[in-house]
Design a protein. Structure first.
Length: 81
């Protein structure tokens, strides 16, 4: 009997909390649409200073100084000979 009462109590608390929560609140209908300038374009969805790699992952952009070039994986700078 105790298990049944505890289960019903837990079910009631769960149902009460579901009705109080709201996953998507209702917005007023007279609200103006947001302008397109509110979005910030980024490089492939990775953010500033990053780019998409050959398999779709985000990789940092390494910049080598003049007279140097990036290595095979872009993690080191090598001197131009």
């Amino acid at each position: 009997m105790k298990i049944l009462a505890a289960s019903l109590f837990a079910l009631g608390i769960g149902l009460a909390s579901m009705s109080a929560s709201s996953a998507m609140p209702v917005a007023p209908l007279d609200q103006a649409a947001a302008p397109q300038t509110a979005t910030i374009p980024v490089a492939g969805g990775c953010g500033p200073g990053w780019h998409r790699g050959p398999y779709g992952g985000c990789r940092p952009m390494y910049n080598c100084p003049l007279g140097w070039h990036p290595g095979p994986f872009g993690r080191r700078c090598f001197r131009n000979w």
